[in-house]
Ligand binder design. Structure first.
Ligand SMILES: Nc1nc2c(ncn2[C@@H]2O[C@H](COP(=O)(O)OP(=O)(O)O)[C@@H](O)[C@H]2O)c(=O)[nH]1
Ligand SMILES: [Mg+2]
Length: 233
């Protein structure tokens, strides 16, 4: 069969990138650090968010948009601790910006220091979708196996932080923290890494402290941008 090459002289991803950049600028302008949390199903995304809310105990204004294919269950788990809106995709394996915007409308206009987006559980589709976040954080639980960074490289390449979860189970499972981090660094040398247990509240202090520092950096760079433009902050 003869093949025909069609030359599409147009960047089909440009619109997506522009929407994400606009949303990120909006969040930066409001002083909200946005964190997109990705992982396999059951790696501990919702549990980590619960542990973080317990740790901060009202010191920061936080909210979560939580994606799932079906049910409101994760939003129900989070609501006693923070405002949370469920984004139900009805089958899609990742979140997209229009759905995030609909969740933001439902959250309302209250100012936020941190907005968390719990993405749909899998290590494939969410890697290709920028949601306007400042940080993409990939969770890897001790029960999943330390080979996942090498097997799902795009997810680790597009993330800035690796959080190894369920550290309380490390004595019982064949998982090497050093080898998981080493594989991840081969793919993304700049990746920050943390080891946590939401169940035992281990590593949560260091992880939350990192996020606080990242937010400070974002606020300082927003002030610098305003000053460079000659506007009053
Ligand atoms: N042992 C242990 N179990 C955990 C930890 N974090 C979460 N889990 C359990 O792992 C399962 C999935 O957690 P969940 O937070 O719902 O994961 P998600 O699907 O990524 O949001 C639940 O049964 C949790 O109780 C942890 O730090 N240690
Ligand atoms: Mg969850």
């Amino acid at each position: 069969m003869a093949s025909v090459t069609i030359n599409v002289q147009q960047d089909v991803m440009a619109d997506r990138r522009r929407l994400a950049a606009e949303l990120r600028d909006e969040f930066s302008g409001k002083g909200t650090l946005v964190v997109n949390i990705v992982s396999s199903p059951g790696a501990g995304k919702t549990s980590l968010l619960q542990a973080m809310a317990r740790h901060w105990h009202g010191r920061f204004r936080i909210a979560t948009l939580v994606g799932d294919i079906a049910t409101e269950r994760d939003a129900e788990r989070l609501r006693p601790l923070m405002p949370a809106e469920q984004l139900t995709t009805g089958g899609a394996c990742h979140l997209e910006i229009p759905l995030v915007r609909s969740g933001l409308d439902r959250l309302g206009n209250s100012p936020l220091d941190f907005l968390f987006i719990e993405n749909i559980g899998n290590l494939v589709c969410p890697a290709s979708w920028d949601l306007g976040e400042h940080l993409r954080v990939v969770l890897l639980s001790s029960t999943e196996g330390d080979d996942k960074p090498a097997k799902y490289p795009k997810m680790f390449r597009t993330s800035q932080v690796l959080v190894i979860t369920k550290s309380d189970l490390l004595p019982y499972v064949p998982f090497s923290v050093a080898s998981a981090i080493q594989d991840a660094h081969q793919i993304q040398p700049q990746l920050f890494s943390f080891v946590t247990s939401a169940l035992r509240d281990e590593g949560i202090n260091a992880w939350c402290g990192f996020l606080e520092d990242e937010r400070k950096r974002m606020l300082e760079s927003a002030v610098r941008t305003v000053n460079e433009r000659g506007e009053s902050p």
